[in-house]
Design a protein around this ligand. Structure first.
Ligand code: C2O
Ligand code: CU
Length: 492
């Protein structure tokens, strides 16, 4: 069960040694969540906040299209990019960048996405250079879900994923899911947005086009030469530098009008509590599984890794020339400020946020045919994170839900860290967390539920459309890699 990456680390082999010591030192200074030195200012990157413009990942044009599908090509490779002005940082990029390009899909129109694996034999973070790509939030047949072990997708190879897009408009993202190697692959850059839209969403009149912007928030640490450092902290990697769409604490020039932002916590373990520095509230349109039945006004929203918040921020009342900072209320020092919006012009705003978005069918607990319990805990050993006392094994299936049935899963956390539990295949609804119903923002379709330390969450889910094996796991990526993952198989 020892991977090549772990072997390399144990042997202290080449590739690890040079970067590892400074990396560890910086990682410790970065400390735990919000552990950056207080007082704000620059992070280990040396970049002053709000000095770089926000990057917009390009929307990928299909390579081809026919009556059946749109075809996309993506290439994964290590590449050097300028994250810190004047320095080159090596990343695991998709089409040469992190995040990779955004795919914009439409409900009912399949996408065929081909990934080419151009990684070296030993990658950044010392993985063996194999890959598997998961479309997170995708309701995808098991064969194309990005199973953590995929002998068909090795270094130098290609893998074609068929995504039916048989689901309503939502904010999805793709990222690596290789067993024991997801955390370093994502940390070094392998992730991107995949946005599904549909006619109902388009009919609502929400801010769109240049006013509908995905924002992935991630933390990283940098060494003096500008390289990303990774310490493989088994409790979850954190860095003292916040990036949005791959840019360190950017500024973004906005018009005094409404904007829609799809905010993704794409960090390995860092949670955020997102708020605006002027105390202004915003409207939450939805989370992972798409639109809520009605927008919810909030002055902050907490996002654990992999959670998404689809929000509208209205800059209309801000005077041209003023700024507002998107803050992380759970950060401190260099992790307290995420990015800054600079209002630089007035524009007409034809967009609206209607009072009704999309009706949501509430799953009825009385319709559940099974109740399952999964306990998330820590044990001693190299793979300390376990579900029901066990690590992930390909040959063991822990649950066999039947197609077209509804179940209730009780997720219990017997450790002192939050575990954002992500279940593949279908979206679920949260019944309660520590006995209390979820806030209105979290009452729609979700794919990730934060289970608080020593707490319990109950979710209700309906297994439809697809048979086969799917994983569920903690989305703190180091917990997942150190084996807090299990699988279920949907059976006829
Ligand atoms: Cu975003 Cu199984 O992962
Ligand atoms: Cu966890």
């Amino acid at each position: 069960m020892t991977t090549r990456r772990k072997m390399l680390k144990m042997l202290g082999a080449a590739g690890a040694s040079a970067a590892l010591l400074p990396a560890k030192a910086i990682g410790m200074m970065g400390g735990g969540v919000g552990g950056a030195p207080p007082g704000g200012g620059a992070s280990s990157s040396g970049v002053a906040p709000f000095t770089l413009p926000l990057n917009a990942p390009p929307v990928l044009a299909p390579t081809a299209a026919d009556s059946a599908a749109d075809y996309y090509d993506l290439a994964v490779a290590e590449t050097d990019v300028e994250i810190i002005p004047g320095k080159l940082t090596r990343i695991i990029g998709v089409n040469g960048a992190t995040p990779g390009p955004t795919i914009r899909a439409r409900t009912g129109r399949p996408a065929v996405v081909r990934f080419k694996n151009g990684l070296p034999a030993t990658t950044l973070g010392n993985s063996p250079g194999d890959l598997t790509i998961h479309l997170h939030g995708g309701h995808t047949p098991a064969v194309d879900d990005g199973y953590p072990v995929d002998p068909t997708f090795v270094r130098g190879g290609t893998r074609t994923y068929n995504y039916p897009n048989n689901q309503p408009a939502a904010t999805l993202w793709y990222h690596d899911h290789l067993k024991e190697e997801s955390a370093p692959h994502v940390w070094y850059g392998l992730a991107g947005f995949y946005l599904i839209s549909d006619d109902l969403e388009a009919s609502l009149g929400l801010p769109s086009g240049a006013y509908d912007i995905p924002l992935v928030v991630q933390d990283r640490a940098f060494d003096a030469s500008g390289q990303i450092v990774y310490t493989e902290n088994v409790n979850g990697e954190t860095g003292d530098t916040l990036l949005v769409n791959g840019t360190i604490q950017p500024y973004f020039r906005v018009a005094a009008r409404k904007y829609r932002f799809r905010i993704l916590n794409g960090s390995n373990m860092r949670p955020y509590e997102i708020a605006l520095s002027n105390g202004q509230s915003f409207q939450v349109l939805g989370m992972e599984g798409g639109l809520l039945s009605a927008p919810v006004t909030a002055s902050s929203i907490a996002l654990q890794p992999a959670e998404r918040a689809d929000v509208v921020i209205d800059f209309t009342t801000l005077v041209v020339g003023t700024s507002v900072v998107l803050q992380n209320l759970s950060g401190a020092g260099s992790t307290a400020d995420i990015m800054r919006f600079d209002v630089d012009r007035i524009e007409a705003d034809p967009s609206v946020v209607p009072a009704i978005l999309r009706p949501i069918e509430k799953l009825d607990p009385a319709s559940a045919v099974a109740t399952r319990s999964f306990t998330f805990s820590r044990r001693f050993g190299a793979d300390p994170w376990v579900i029901n006392g066990r690590i992930f094994e390909e040959n063991r299936v822990d649950a066999f839900p039947r197609l077209d049935t509804t179940e209730i899963w009780t997720l219990t956390n017997r450790s002192m860290m939050t575990h954002p539990v992500h279940i593949h295949d279908v979206f679920f609804q949260i019944l309660d967390v520590n006995g209390a119903p979820p806030p209105a923002t979290h009452a729609g379709w979700k794919d990730t539920v934060p289970v608080p330390p020593m707490g319990t969450a109950r979710v209700i889910l309906r297994f439809n459309d697809y048979l086969g094996r799917y994983v569920f796991h903690c989305h703190v990526l180091e917990h997942e890699d150190h084996m807090m993952m299990a699988q279920f198989e949907v059976i006829p």
